[in-house]
Structures are given as C-alpha cells and as structure tokens.
Ligand binder design. Sequence first.
Ligand SMILES: Cc1cc2nc3c(=O)[nH]c(=O)nc-3n(C[C@H](O)[C@H](O)[C@H](O)COP(=O)(O)OP(=O)(O)OC[C@H]3O[C@@H](n4cnc5c(N)ncnc54)[C@H](O)[C@@H]3O)c2cc1C
Length: 504
Amino acid sequence: MSGERRDVVIVGGGHNALVAATYLARAGLDVVVLERLDHVGGAAVSERPFDGFDARLSRFSYLVSLMPDELIADLGLRLELRSRPTASYTPYEGGGLLIETDEGEATRSSFRDLTGSDAEHEAWSAFYDDVARLARVVAPTLLHPLPHIADVRDHLDMTTWNDLVDEPIGAAIERRFSHDVVRGVVGTDALIGTFASLHDRSGVQNRCFLYHLVGNGTGEWRVPVGGMGAVTAELERVAREAGAQIRTGHTVDRIEVSADAMTVSGDGFELSAGHVLSGVAPYVLAGMLGGRRPARPSGAQLKVNLLVSRLPALKSGDDPAVAFAGTFHVNEAMSQLEEVHEAATRGSAPYASGELYCHTLTDRSILGPDLAETEAQTLTYFGLHTPYENLVDEGSGDEAYQQFLAALNEHLAEPIEPLILGVEHKTPAQVEAALAMPGGHIFHGDLAWPWLEEGERPHSPAERWGVATSHPRVMICGSGARRGGAVSGIAGHNAAHALLETLG
Ligand SMILES: Cc1cc2nc3c(=O)[nH]c(=O)nc-3n(C[C@H](O)[C@H](O)[C@H](O)COP(=O)(O)OP(=O)(O)OC[C@H]3O[C@@H](n4cnc5c(N)ncnc54)[C@H](O)[C@@H]3O)c2cc1C
C-alpha cells in the first residue's frame, strides 16, 4: 500500500472522467484517474471485434449529439463530427418513409406517399419547431449551474410545455400525428435507453426524448469520424497534456470518508485525496461508500454490431445507401413500440423493435485500406424493450439476435445472413459485465430533467451544478449526474466546475 495523497481522485475512466480530469489539472490540481479496465473511455470506445477483418467499430455508443461544440472548442479536441445526409428511414409494406437531415422535397413526397397528403408533414414540421424552441432554451444552460424550471418554462408557450414536459409524450404524439408509422418515428427518441410506455405517467420517456433532441440546440446526431474511440483518444490526449495521471487496471472497491480527506482503495493500492469525483454509476458509488444503495438500474437494449460484405437490397426498391445512412427504424410504429413494451413487461418478446445505422456510409476511415476498397459496410443495431431481466438466461441473447435478423429480413429483398462477415451482440447483462454499468443501463440510471424543480433549493456548488452526493467531498462526474446521460462530457465539465467553485 502507498501513502500517496492527491488533490483529487477520479473513480472510473469513462469519457466524462477524462473531461473532469482535464479541467481540474488545467486549474493546477493534482489529479489521478483510476480505471478498472486496461483502457479508458467506458462506453465510448472502438474495438476490432472481428478476427481477420480490420474494422474498428464503435462497440457501444456510436453517435454524438449532446457534446456541446463549446466544450469541444474549450478542450481543444481535434474531432470531426460529420452530418449524415439521411436523418431516418422507416420501411413499411410497399415503401419507406425517408426523412432527410436537411428536409426537402424528397422528405415531403415521402410523407405524401405514406399518408396520402401533406398534413402529416406539416404536423411534423410544427411539432419539431416546438421541440427546437425548447432545445434552444435548454442547450445553452447545460454547461452552467442548473437553471430553475421557471427560467426554462417562461420562454415557452404552454402548449409546448404541456406536450413535451407535463404530459406523457404519448398523448401529444397521438394528438398531433395521425399515422402510426410517423407517431413511432417521433416516439423512438423517447425510448432509446429507457424502458417505458410512451404513456408512462412518470415522464421518464419525456426526459429521454428531451435529451435526444436538445444537443447543441439542434438535436442532430452526428458521426464521430474515426469512431467513438477517436473521441476518447482526444479526451485522453488533452487530459494527459494537462497533467492528469491515468492509471488503468485499478478497480476501486472502497471509498472511506473522514472529516478532511477521503481514502480510495482497491486490490493492492490506496490513495488519499481531498476530494473524490465519481465517474461510475451512483449505484456503484453507493456500494463503494458503504451506504444505502439506490434502486438498481435496469437497462433494456440489445446492441448488435455487424460487418457485412455489402448493403442488402430493400424490398421497397429504395437505395440502401440512402436508407441505411441515417437511423433505419425496424418495427417502430407506435403501436409496435407499445405492443413490444407491454409484452416485455410480461417477460415475452413477440418480435424485435429497434434501429440500425451504417457508420461506414458516412466515414470509411474505421476500415483498414484493403477492406475500405471493398463494398463492406458496418451496421449497428440498438434494440428497444429488451430488459435485463428478460435476457439473463444462457442463449437469450442469441434468440433476441435471431429475432432482430427476422425483423430486418422482413424489409429486405434478400436475406441479410449470407452478407454477414462478422457479428457480435450484447444484452444489458453483457454490457454490465463489460463496463460495470449496473443493470447494463446505458445512462447509469434514469435521466432527470435538466433544471431545478419547483421548491428545489441548492445549497452548495455541487447541488447548483447537479453533481452532488450525500457526501460534500464526493461529486458525480459521470452519466449519473443531472444532465449526465450520453456521450457529452457535460457531467465531467460540471463536476470539475463545481469542485473548483467549492475550492474557491
Ligand atoms: C450499447 C450502448 C449504446 C450507446 N449509444 C450511445 C450513443 O450512440 N450516443 C450517446 O451519446 N450515448 C450512447 N450511450 C450512452 C453513453 O455511452 C453513456 O451515457 C456514456 O458512455 C457515459 O459515460 P461516462 O464517462 O459517464 O461513464 P462510462 O462510459 O460508463 O465509464 C465509466 C467507467 O468507469 C469504470 N469503472 C466502473 N467501475 C469501476 C471501479 N470499481 N473502479 C474503477 N473503474 C470503474 C468503467 O470500466 C468505465 O470505464 C450508449 C451506451 C451503451 C451501453
């Protein structure tokens, strides 16, 4: 054991921890990051999972929206986030609903083909104008202390507030759209990383929806050139350059609290620190502190990574290079989302429901030169409503994968199987095992509104920034912080700023 003492020990080396470490080290603090794996980045990493193929896939998280451009500039990250020409494509019997990132005539006529008129596209435009208004109010607050709910609400009309915040979002979707497929395309953003009905009274799906639509005030999901590993590599570079120490292979078991210092220990190491930042889930942190644990989070997604020899042809006859360039919805009409959710609550799965996208249509740099010259493409699938508890038995992940293949094949002019060069899939339990995300919950726990609720009065910098724990010397710098969910760096930035404010 060493008697080493640091200003700040950061537990867990996810991307958020690296952001926090950079800010604190730049402020002159002596910072060490302890990561259990042999590499940093947590769920923001790239791997070569397929033997014999030089394809470096974003293994878990894959698109970036919530990382503020301001943060990227402030940290000096050499990062390219590239727009996808297609926002989404939803195949249906006899066609496909195409929504371009910059909506034009192709989008309008696609709505017309599906619904028979322009009314649904007009409803779409009006709805997303309202969403954009909320996004433009929320986005500039994310790197500052939490705004009060009234500071956000007062900028919006009551209809927008009611539809997006007060009422379960399923009600607004049903009121404002009439077509099941369109309703589903809107609704999926409320369900990525959240197991809920669109009508859930808790509003957890509304919070998820908000996080998916506020990034940089536009809600656009962009492709990190080089894959997610490139994001982490840049964060690691700036953290090291700032002087932060990073120690991999260090699993923290225990954090002991005394009046003026903390002791952080694991197998073969012990460090004391003035402050601890936690980049691990609040549930994991509570175990380290020996306190009462919050409810155990439970994730509900199936992640599949594929390398295919070429894109499959679509039954609709549409160009697969257009359809797969954006979010390709599979069985995500609203009625299907609700049916699959309802079945999953009873432990069953009638069919797969989720979304796919092809990284290599936007960025081929993740393929080695030989593979890049072929027609090979990567496909990544994020399956919804596959709760942890339903997929713990051996073979249940394989079954869910087979269901995904069957669901995808429904929309293809040829089966996908002969095109597959490499495949890996992960249930929530497998995500948990790989990343120590409890329950495989991709956000470390359910998301919270990014503002102070009525009657909430923060008393400390940590509470003002939404990074507080029950102990004043421990702050959350990971996804479990208020405003922490997703690959954003926001939690890391905010915890660092709360700590610097605390230290005066
Ligand atoms: C399958 C999947 C797909 C996703 N897709 C997207 C997406 O496309 N876009 C997006 O924005 N977000 C996505 N997310 C969510 C996003 O990846 C997370 O919200 C984000 O990575 C959280 O970052 P973090 O730094 O807070 O924590 P993490 O990435 O969870 O990192 C925490 C780190 O702590 C380490 N750790 C845990 N326990 C200990 C311990 N005892 N001692 C030391 N170290 C420990 C872990 O090994 C890990 O490296 C996805 C997540 C998953 C799982």
